[in-house]
Design a protein around this ligand. Structure first.
Ligand SMILES: Cc1cc2nc3c(=O)[nH]c(=O)nc-3n(C[C@H](O)[C@H](O)[C@H](O)COP(=O)(O)O)c2cc1C
Length: 364
């Protein structure tokens, strides 16, 4: 990945100072700023209509590579979330595990938004066809809770953290929020165990970064500056990972030059070591219904963390690379099972926001 310190500003730019050039390259631009405000706005059902309101909050969920692989429809009192297979990432996610987990994240947000609007909900996986998640809405007198309020604040914060430890009371709250049938949360605060898992994560990261298909797919989903991010309103905007904004053609060149196992592993080690701990989500079975469940469980953890001022980001290399999965499971004491998702947590300032496509583009 392009890193700030590695960016070379060409000597051809002699007429501008390096500072001015840097400013020019990193400006997010008004289109990006407007899109952030629109994406992360708090809205009400009376403003938008109930269905659009629900879909708005659902789309603010975490999702793999920010491909937003979902399509929403309504049948009576049920909202149906189907996978959008055109937005799958076969190199990073060959069995679509993360795609279905992303649908679970969206379903959880949708459910919280429905409850904030006074509905009660039940969420079920329908295995027909490619499978879909169905959120049934009923009358109820449930209400708004702090997880709902955290939806517009949550982000994956992919920076180095400040090393502070999360206290036991907060850990208990995270465990409570993420507690969900069929999904188990394993918290790892111990430094020796974290080092052990980091060594394995570095092995896995090396495999991923050296995989040409993985790198090509990642590059396809990178958005190298604010204008490009605002144009597509999907993908991974470089500033969200602390990288400079560049014209897309230059960004692609820099990516080819600088994306290497050494630089990525160095960054990964600093990020993990600066975090307070790791959280691993493990479901009972390795099937689509449980992949969805892992996404719901993660999303609740992430929202509770946000409400408590705790940051998080994924360290999924440990579950993404089949060659290390078994060893990871063994180290966790769950040999024979597949861990679903891994995040690090701790404290850090906010990073720039990711974007989402407007609801019209995902309603069918
Ligand atoms: C199932 C799943 C897998 C993910 N895997 C990774 C990952 O391996 N590395 C990473 O940095 N982010 C990962 N993410 C985070 C997404 O890239 C992120 O949610 C998306 O870019 C939108 O950004 P936001 O969550 O800050 O809004 C994952 C998210 C989900 C739901």
């Amino acid at each position: 990945m392009v890193t700030r310190r590695n960016v070379v500003i060409g000597t051809g730019a002699a007429a501008v100072t390096a500072g001015a050039a840097y400013h020019m390259l990193t400006r997010a631009g008004p289109a990006y700023r407007d899109a952030v405000l629109e994406t992360w706005s708090a809205i009400s059902p009376s403003q938008a209509g109930e269905f659009n309101y629900l879909v708005h909050y659902a789309t603010l969920a975490a999702n793999s590579h920010n491909t937003q692989p979902w399509l929403f429809s309504q049948a009576g009192e049920t909202v149906i979330i189907r996978p959008d297979m055109k937005r799958a990432t076969p190199a990073a996610d060959p069995d679509n595990h993360h795609l279905y987990a992303s649908l679970g994240c969206a379903a959880e947000n949708l459910s919280l938004a429905a409850m904030a609007a006074g509905r009660s909900t039940s969420v079920a996986f329908n295995p027909d066809g490619n499978g879909s998640v169905e959120v049934n809405l009923a009358a109820g007198n449930t209400g708004r809770d702090e997880l709902f309020d955290a939806i517009v604040e949550r982000q994956c914060t992919r920076s180095e953290y400040d090393g502070r430890q999360v206290g036991q009371d907060d850990i208990r709250q995270l465990e409570k929020a993420a507690g969900m049938q069929g999904c188990r949360l394993i918290i790892i605060p111990d430094r020796d165990r974290i080092e052990q898992l980091l060594a394995l994560a570095i092995t896995a990261n090396t495999v991923q970064v050296n995989d040409a298909k993985f790198a090509e797919e990642l590059k396809h989903w990178l958005r190298f500056n604010g204008s490009q991010a605002a144009e597509t309103r999907d993908g991974l905007y470089s500033a969200c990972t602390g990288n400079p904004s560049l014209p897309p053609f230059l960004g692609r060149i820099m990516f080819d030059l600088l994306f290497s196992a050494d630089s990525e592993n160095d960054k990964l080690a600093k990020q993990v070591r600066s975090s307070s701990g790791l959280a691993v989500f493990v479901t009972e079975k390795d099937d689509k219904a449980h992949w969805v469940q892992s996404g719901r469980c993660y999303q609740r953890f992430a929202l509770q963390a946000t409400a408590l001022g705790i940051r998080h980001a994924f360290v999924n290399q440990l579950v993404d690379v089949p060659a290390v999965r078994a060893e990871f499971a063994q180290l966790l004491g769950i040999a024979g099972k597949r861990a679903d998702l891994v995040v690090r947590y701790g404290y850090a300032p906010a990073m720039p926001r990711s974007l989402r496509r407007p609801v019209d583009e995902v309603i069918v």
